[in-house]
Design a protein around this ligand. Structure first.
Ligand SMILES: [Zn+2]
Length: 224
């Protein structure tokens, strides 16, 4: 099982590996990254890449730049849903087991979808934060859903907690993990054994979430 790929070098910090719509594999790597290192990354993700290349679904594979055309797949709450561009006139985004946008708003699709995601993130994430804060017995000042760069969540020295709106693309168990992780930092600022102990009391299978984040970390690097 050999995976062919092309490499695009640029002034970036991390390696990302994507399967394009035509199922070709593209590695984006920092300048001067060795071929051995890239081969190593490819073989680490070999199984997943192989699955993606051979994905039976007809609609677009994830990770390519979004064009917001009918049939495109958008990730939400851990699942992919198709986008439908409708002839019907309406404002905003409709969601009914698929995303629907009016053709007249297609140009603003990115902004409309982002607004929709942020609203969903607020509806779904904030009650979960309250729930876990109760379990952990911690107090925080303010929860914000923000356009964070390169992070899923953070907590500030003033006990405010922030979450990246892109987190709403992740499955529920991953959202729970990020929430518990950030709230646990209110009790223990470093990743000490005690920190992980507290996390595992709330979420015994938190490693599953860590694995998901490792595989899907590149979602953080995409603008949308
Ligand atoms: Zn942490």
């Amino acid at each position: 099982m050999k995976i062919d790929y092309s490499i695009k070098y640029s002034a970036r910090k991390t390696i990302s590996i994507i399967v394009e719509r035509d199922r070709s594999v593209v590695v984006r790597a920092p300048l001067n990254t060795s071929k051995e290192l890239i081969d190593g990354e490819i073989s680490k993700r070999k199984f997943l890449l192989f699955q993606k290349i051979n994905h039976p679904q007809k609609y677009n594979l994830p990770r390519e730049r979004k064009e917001f055309v009918s049939g495109e797949a958008l990730l939400y709450f851990g699942k992919y849903y198709k986008l439908e561009v409708s002839e019907r006139l309406f404002t905003g985004i409709e969601f009914d087991n698929k995303f629907i946008i009016s053709k007249t708003n297609q140009k603003e699709a990115k902004q409309l979808l982002k607004t929709w995601y942020i609203t969903q993130a607020e509806i779904k994430i904030i009650p979960k934060v309250k729930h876990f804060a109760g379990h952990l017995g911690v107090k925080y000042k303010k929860i914000s859903i923000l356009d964070l760069k390169y992070r899923w969540g953070s907590c500030t020295p003033k006990d405010n907690i922030n979450f990246n709106w892109r987190l709403i693309k992740a499955p529920g168990f991953v959202i729970d993990y990020i929430i518990v992780h950030e709230l646990t930092h209110l009790l223990e600022s470093n990743h000490t054994p005690e920190f992980w102990n507290i996390v595992s009391v709330q979420l015994p299978h938190y490693n599953k979430a860590k694995d998901w984040l490792k595989e899907n970390g590149d979602l953080l690097e995409t603008e949308f």
